[in-house]
Each structure stands twice: as C-alpha cells, then as structure tokens.
Design a protein around this ligand. Structure first.
Ligand code: HAM
Length: 430
C-alpha cells in the first residue's frame, strides 16, 4: 500500500470541521484588525528564500524542498510566507498604493524537518504582514492580534517573549565582538555553527544543539550595542505593551531562525504543548523590501502554525467542538410492493431535494436498507430531524417528522412540510 509521505497529515472528518472553525475564526479576526487576504504561489524561485531567510539558516541549509523543473528553473516549495508576500507586494506594485498595506495569508508551508508532535514537513500557517509602518504601534497591533487568537481558543497561560536584535547599523560592532568572543570557543561548537560563525554569528545563538547553547550563554548582548533609533523603538514597544496591560518576558537569547528580522522579535508560547510549544513567531523586518529591490519600506508581522494551534486547543480550556450535524435525514421505508417502493424512494428523493433547495443540510439512504438501518444511519450522522416517507405517508400525502432531540413525532401535510421544516430548523420547537 502506498502511504502518505513522512511528516504529512490527512485531515479527515470530523477533524476537518475543527479546521473549518479555526480558519473561520482567523478570517473573522483578520477582518476585525483589517487585514486583507493575499494568496501567493506554493513554490517560488529558490533565490527568494536564500536571499531573505538567509543562506546560513537551518531553513535554507537543511529544510527546503528544492527542485529543478523541466525548464531547469531552481524552485522551492515555500517554507514560509513573509518573503513571498514581500515579493508579491513589490512585483504587483502594492508599494505604490496606500500604506500601510495589511495582508494575511493562510496555507501550506513545507520544511524538511524531523517530524514530531507539532512539527511536520507539510504544515499550515496563518500569517499577517503590515507593510509600510515603522511604528511600534504596528508591532503591538500584530502582537495583540496573536494574543487575541490564542484567547478566543481558550488558551490560558500563554507567555509572550520579546527581544530586539537591532538593525544592520548596531549589529556591525556586535557581530565583530560576537565573532571575537565565540572564536576562542569555536572548537566546542557544532560543525554547522563553526562554519556559520564567521558569516553570521547570530545564527550560532539560535542553534538548538546543547553544546552550542552552553558556549553562547555569556555572549555580548545586542542590548549594549543598540543605536538610538533601535533603542527608542525598543523602549516604546515595552511601554506600549505595558500600557495595553500585556505581560511579557524579555528574552535576550531570542533571535529567531530567519535572517530578515530587525529590531523587534517575539514569540508566543503555550507550555502545555511540550517540546514544540511556540504557537506564534514574528517580528519586524525593516530591510526586507529594500533587499528585494524596492525602496525602504518597513514591515512587521507574525505567523502561527495551525496544527500546533489545534493541538493546543484540544488540550486547552475550550476545545473546539466539531459540532457536526445534519438538519434532516429522509427515511424511505421499503414497501412489500416493489413498484410502490420505487415510488416512495423517488418521491423521498424529491423531498430531499426540496429540503436542500431551502438550504437545509440533508441526506438519505441510497442503498435502500431497512427502516432500522436508516434510522441508525440518521443517528450516526447526528440528524436533528428525520422525515419519514413510507407507504402510510404516501397514501395520506403526508410526511412524518420526528425530532431526534426532543423525541416527538408529527404528521405534516406534504404541501406544508417545506414551510414547517424551515421554521423548525431556524427556530426549533419542543
Ligand atoms: P516561524 O517561526 O518559522 O516564522 O514559523 C511560525 C510558526 O509556524 C511557528 O511558531 C510554528 O507555530 C509554525 N511552524 C513552523 N515550522 C513548523 C513545522 N515544521 N510544523 C508545524 N508548525 C510549524 C515564520 O515563518 C515567519 N515567516 C513569521 C513572520 C511573519 N515573521 C514576520 N512575519
């Protein structure tokens, strides 16, 4: 048997109903915070990611699904959404429209990582990007939306970690000192970090290898190197978070795994998730638009993994209930007379179609099983009402409507049954 590739998931019912709910919630909150949807291709030119996410990052060095197409183009299944959004922002001229442009996206990303709970090779991200605002209010707006999402899912006890990683100006000297500091201990670093050290020492700080973590414990902090602009932004960010009543922890070790960040970086963690407890990650990227050939346009945003959020929701205070039900199941009991049976089935099918025209969610039994089997099927589908149309009903031109919730059964004239059901389903009665 051919199995699904490692690190991928099939999203089956009733789980898929939770996805629909979550995606609905994310779209609704995007509207509340005025983010508009953008959809970019599932694959991009490899160079887009190597130039922005960074040559020395784990994502680019180890995790990308890169291939050559038949035209010998180097392409990569997108590992993240920010670089594609900025590429589209520039390519489609959104930079010359009204700013800030606030965009959100929802869709699959691909990273060749070691699969475990909450970490997959194909996973789905929701992300937002605010392009054209350098204000710390925009950082806080993004953070507030992230926290609101977690709150609406009933995730109590999330922790917001923030840090600043400065800008190329303040990083220059910091980088020099970092290299000096780490060079003495280079032999203790993992082979990847040894080769990264000279090019991008910030990546060494992000390495998960325990040996590297030990070495990076007492490195010079970027906070001692911040330029005026970065310092002012950092202070304003903290002041604003406090004024909004948001608790946060400053984590000097938080540098994030992508190279495009400047100034603010943040993560929202939910500890009950265990090893993969970061549900939201984001930050500011004031140089990214320019790096991709545009004029200087600052940006800030975040992304969250939907799989992780659903895992968290299942463990949280208010798990999403799939809430799967049918408004009505049409039961067509067999008659002893085959031609009458056929008429019952056909008229039952018309009735089903009429209910569906009204917008009711309905189903029936195409296999013509016994009445008991049909009732069992209706129960399994969680039908709120059952419409029984058998020999008796055919004779009387009526339909027997049974409320599965309340247990009553009423006979309703065929010509009145649509109005009756419409009222029942919208208002309900007992
Ligand atoms: P990221 O931290 O790489 O940031 O990913 C954001 C979120 O995606 C993570 O916090 C996690 O919830 C989820 N995620 C990442 N990798 C996996 C995986 N292998 N399996 C399941 N979930 C995963 C970014 O992608 C940036 N583009 C975020 C951003 C937007 N920064 C600014 N704007």
């Amino acid at each position: 048997m051919i199995k699904a590739p490692r690190g991928t998931n099939d999203i089956l019912p009733p789980e898929s109903h939770k996805w629909i709910y979550l995606e609905g919630l994310l779209r609704r909150l995007s509207r509340v915070y005025n983010f508009e949807e953008i959809r970019t291709p599932m694959f991009e030119h490899t160079e887009l990611f190597s130039r922005t996410v960074g040559e020395t990052t784990d994502i680019v060095q180890k995790e990308m699904y890169t291939f050559q197409d038949k035209g010998k183009r180097d392409l990569t299944l997108r590992p993240e959404g920010t670089a594609p959004v900025v590429r589209a922002f520039l390519e489609r001229g959104l930079d010359s429209g009204a700013l800030p442009k606030k965009l959100f996206y929802l869709g699959p990303m691909f990273r060749y990582e070691k699969p475990q709970a909450g970490r997959y090779r194909e996973f789905r991200q929701y992300g937002v990007e605010i392009l054209g605002s350098g204000s710390p209010y925009s950082d806080v707006e993004a953070i507030l939306l992230g926290i609101r999402i977690a709150e609406e899912l009933g995730l109590l006890g999330t922790t917001l970690f923030i840090n600043t990683i400065g800008c190329p100006v303040c990083r220059e000297k910091h980088k020099e000192d970092l290299i000096k500091h780490l060079s003495d201990k280079a032999s203790n670093l993992c082979p990847d970090c040894q080769s990264r050290l000279g090019k991008n020492p910030l990546r060494v700080l992000d390495c998960k290898n325990p040996a590297c973590r030990q070495v990076t414990g007492d490195v010079p902090s970027i906070h001692d190197y911040l330029c005026c602009d970065c310092k002012e932004h950092w202070e304003a960010l903290k002041q604003l978070l406090t004024s909004m009543g948001l608790e946060y922890s400053v984590d000097h070790a938080l540098v994030r795994g992508l190279d495009y960040y400047t100034k603010t970086v943040f993560e929202l963690k939910w500890p009950p998730l265990g090893a993969q407890d970061t549900i939201i990650g984001g930050g500011r990227y004031d140089g990214l638009v320019e790096d991709l050939g545009g004029k200087p346009v600052p940006g800030v945003g975040f992304a969250l993994g939907l799989e992780r959020l659903l895992l968290a929701s299942d463990k949280g205070e208010r798990p999403i209930e799939p809430g799967v039900y049918l408004d009505c199941f049409v039961v067509t009991p067999e008659s002893e007379d085959e031609s009458r049976s056929r008429e019952i089935m056909e008229r039952g099918f018309h009735l089903l179609n009429d209910f569906r025209s009204l917008g009711l969610s309905c189903d029936f039994d195409p296999l013509r099983r016994s009445i008991r089997a049909q009732m069992k099927h209706a129960n399994r589908l969680n039908a709120r009402y059952v419409a029984i149309f058998g020999e008796e009903e055919l004779k009387k031109n009526k339909v027997a409507i049974r409320s599965m919730e309340h247990g009553w059964q009423k006979e309703v004239e065929l010509e009145r049954v649509l109005g009756f059901m419409k009222e029942e389903v919208s208002g309900g009665s007992d």
